[in-house]
Design a protein. Sequence first.
Length: 365
Amino acid sequence: MKALTFHAGPLALAQIGAQGLRARDVAIVPAAAGGPKGLIFQALDQWVFGEWLPGAPRERTLIGSSIGAWRMAAACQRDPAKAFARLGELYAGQRYTSRKPTQQEIDEVVQGLLAEFVRGREDDIVGHPHHRLHLLTVRGLRSLAAPAHRHAELRGFAAAALHNMGARAWLGRLMERVVIGDRRAAAPWLRERFDAFTTHFSALTRENLASGLLASGTLPLIMKPVTGIAEAPAGSYWDGGLIDYHLALPYARAAGEQRGDLVLYPHFTQHIVPGWLDKGFPWRRTARGANRGWLDNVLIVAPSDAFLRTLPRAKLPDRSDFKFFGLDHDERIRNWQRAIGEGQRLRDELAAFVERPDLARIQPI
């Protein structure tokens, strides 16, 4: 049973075929939103950022939404292996006092989690010698600019869903992307407009690191919008996955800037769904239509269906587990820890592939 699948764009496939999968060629690592799903990559992340990539130091862009942003913040800490373990322990260890916790309780738990995760490590994360961290967030416009109460927020997101149903581009009337990123990174591949969303770029600092991470993972209607982020435009901020769920970004531009640059994308699935509201629209997946070439230099590494069937409940950990296990937090945590442990097979297969690439295993994106 193979635990991993590999999908590559044509440039990535040609390069891996000619030279193998080399750490020195990896220029960008994206990390998707998806809540607890990100826990499955703990062992793989520890190996990639703790052993493999440090052997070929270079400037790298790490970019993520929600749990993906939190994973990439772990990668930027002085001891990434310990940081990923701590993130997994803190995230899995969330406990609530009722089956339907209030916004206030959820906010307090998540803020406490992030505070423990980054406190005292801000300078290491923001000033990593090689990694350039970028957090993706969403800023509300019009009815979502500053909703006065929960019902106003509900109406605003109902309008957003209707806009997105008409066309993804229409969602740009109610939301814009804010990238809180390393001030040392020019990232021209990302700065030139590539979709219908206005994009603001704000400097990542030790002062806005925690609030930026919180904003990137703030779930609409479940958590209160984040406001007052230092260095960022004023407004109400929510989960970056609303616009950038699986980070459908123009990565191939980076290959044009520096020939041979690859994007290594450990992902939950072989598909790139642009925004969270696009999950029900398979025809909007990236690598179709006008954005077909965006993933030419991307290698997606994803768990196989056979691997997923071996996990508790035959799936990745996800938010539905909070409802399924209810207040039996101990049982949920045991299930998630078991899944994290099974993720070691993903690490081992990727390490073996790096050692001896098998092109027959790579499918086209």
